[in-house]
Design a protein. Structure first.
Length: 179
């Protein structure tokens, strides 16, 4: 089976693609691409995204057969920004919000949020929570990650008190307003 796709701005043509070979194994074997150890077999890493006909989605590189890649572009977390060039705003926000501690979930979180923003530039808080729902994080408890990504929302991120002044209820002097 012949498979043709783009990865790292290079067209790849695999003339004898193994239908059982997954993308992560292929990248490591053929392109000597080593990012993280094989810990992505949990089926929730959200590690790579594809761009066929300008539609983006996150997938698990450890579960995506290379035979399913024909005609698409593969983008990794390294492909959207780096410390050598410039970090992508999603990468900057996860760092500024202290959303990465051990780094286990960071590629999946970044790529899931990147995908959401490519498909929906002004997401809601619910969109963010739904997008990150398949990613596992054991260190931060998700709060710093979600709070950091809320800066992309077009909805206010602080609670709104009843008088509509836009301030958080904790900023009022009236204790009866505190919820």
């Amino acid at each position: 089976m012949v498979v043709s796709f783009c990865c790292f701005y290079v067209k790849i043509v695999e003339k004898n693609a193994d239908p059982e070979e997954m993308l992560l194994a292929y990248l490591r074997r053929k392109l000597f691409f080593y990012i993280k150890p094989y810990r992505f077999f949990i089926n929730k890493c959200g590690f790579i995204i594809f761009n066929p006909f300008f539609s983006h989605w996150s997938v698990n590189a450890c579960l995506q057969p290379i035979c399913s890649l024909h005609g698409v572009a593969v983008v990794t977390v390294e492909g959207i920004g780096s410390t050598k060039t410039k970090l992508h705003p999603v990468q900057e926000l996860i760092a500024m919000a202290h959303g990465s501690q051990c780094g286990f979930c960071t590629p999946g979180m970044v790529m899931s949020m990147y995908t959401l923003l490519r498909n929906n530039p002004q997401p809601t808080t619910e969109d963010i929570q739904e997008t990150l729902g398949g990613n596992l994080c054991r260190c931060t408890g998700y709060r710093p990650i979600i709070d950091g990504f809320k800066t992309f929302c077009n909805t206010p991120i602080s609670c709104q008190n009843g008088d509509g002044n836009g301030k958080c209820c904790m900023e009022n002097n009236n204790e009866s307003d505190v919820r």
